[in-house]
Design a protein around this ligand. Structure first.
Ligand code: C2E
Ligand code: CA
Ligand code: CA
Ligand code: CA
Length: 281
């Protein structure tokens, strides 16, 4: 029994060590990533369903790891959040996106009313320095807050609704608008929706995925769009991959969409080319 106990203990420790060391390696690598310019942003166009043209885009972070190649944000955003590094990386995201927008404005391909959606984590959003960071990004790049839309999730509201609303009002004064990301996947959506100064609902891609085959998903999406329209909120469907899905969304009255059907997230250069070619149409 003694031997078995020892083995179990060793196994357990071994497991812990593997987990912990993997996490620590990731953490160390992430600390170097910002200094060594390994992060970059890609941009996924958002399309007006009626007009068919680009009305904005979502900025999505990528990490070019020296050995592992391009790493998905799903693998490292949680680590950045847990370690507090999300604050610095979030600042970098804001600054880099504003810089890109400024460059597009200089090229004359940025149309009035366009916006870049920025994903903001809960810890980043509730940090007291956020408004200051946003102002700094705007000032150093020379862009206006009106070009930014912050994507927040319902999960952030669980911690502190009042603080979140206060923060939103402060940022709205800079011209920033708000979208609720992954709408429908959190809970208490409807209670908060009434109180929150939001502009747009992003319908989660999990509902869009089976919209053609699954009649409950179809009904949920129709209901979300109808509700948003009644509340004068904008709607974006995420993860649109087929023309059938797009046709469904159009007849349901959805305003905008993003997804592989139109374009995957693009490098800054490819986004520039796309904007250039669509601007002259
Ligand atoms: P999200 O905000 O829900 O972003 C949408 C995800 O769907 C993106 O994954 C995008 O590449 C993917 N996507 C877009 N169109 C389609 C489609 O047609 N089909 C499918 N299957 N997927 C599609 P990505 O880029 O891997 O980002 C994953 C998540 O990481 C994001 O989910 C967001 O929560 C987080 N994230 C990304 N960038 C940032 C950032 O700068 N800051 C923070 N805090 N989080 C970020
Ligand atoms: Ca998002
Ligand atoms: Ca989303
Ligand atoms: Ca998501």
């Amino acid at each position: 029994a003694k031997t078995r106990g020892k083995n179990t203990h060793e196994l357990f420790q071994q497991h812990m060590t593997d987990e912990a060391s993997r996490r620590m390696l990731l953490e160390n690598d992430l600390r170097a990533a910002l200094d060594e310019h390994q992060f970059f942003l890609v941009y996924q166009p958002q399309i007006d369903i009626e007009q068919g043209h680009i009305i904005g885009m979502e900025a999505l972070i990528r990490w070019r790891h020296p050995e592992r190649g391009v790493v998905s944000p799903m693998a490292f955003i949680p680590v950045l959040e847990a370690t507090g590094m999300i604050k610095d990386v979030g600042e970098w995201v804001l600054h880099d996106a504003c810089q890109a927008i400024h460059a597009w404005q200089e090229l004359g391909i940025w149309r009035d009313g366009m916006k870049v959606g920025i994903n903001v984590s809960a810890s980043q959003f509730l940090d007291a320095s956020l408004t200051h960071s946003v102002r700094q990004a705007m000032e150093s790049t020379g862009v206006d807050g009106q070009v930014l839309d912050f994507e927040i999730t319902e999960s952030m509201l669980i911690e502190s609704v009042d603080d979140t609303i206060k923060r939103m009002h402060a940022l709205r004064e800079l011209g920033i608008t708000f979208s609720i990301d992954d709408f429908g996947t959190g809970y208490s959506s409807l209670t908060y929706l009434k109180q929150l100064p939001v502009d747009v609902i992003k319908i989660d891609q999990s509902f869009i995925h089976d919209i053609i085959a699954d009649s409950s998903d179809a009904a949920i999406v129709e209901a979300i769009i109808a509700m948003a329209n009644h509340l004068s909120l904008g709607t974006i469907a995420e993860g649109v991959e087929s023309t059938e899905q797009l046709a469904f969304l159009q007849q349901a009255g959805c305003q905008r969409y993003q997804g592989y059907l139109y374009a995957r997230p693009l490098s800054r250069e490819d986004m520039t080319d796309l904007m250039q070619s669509t601007a002259t149409l």
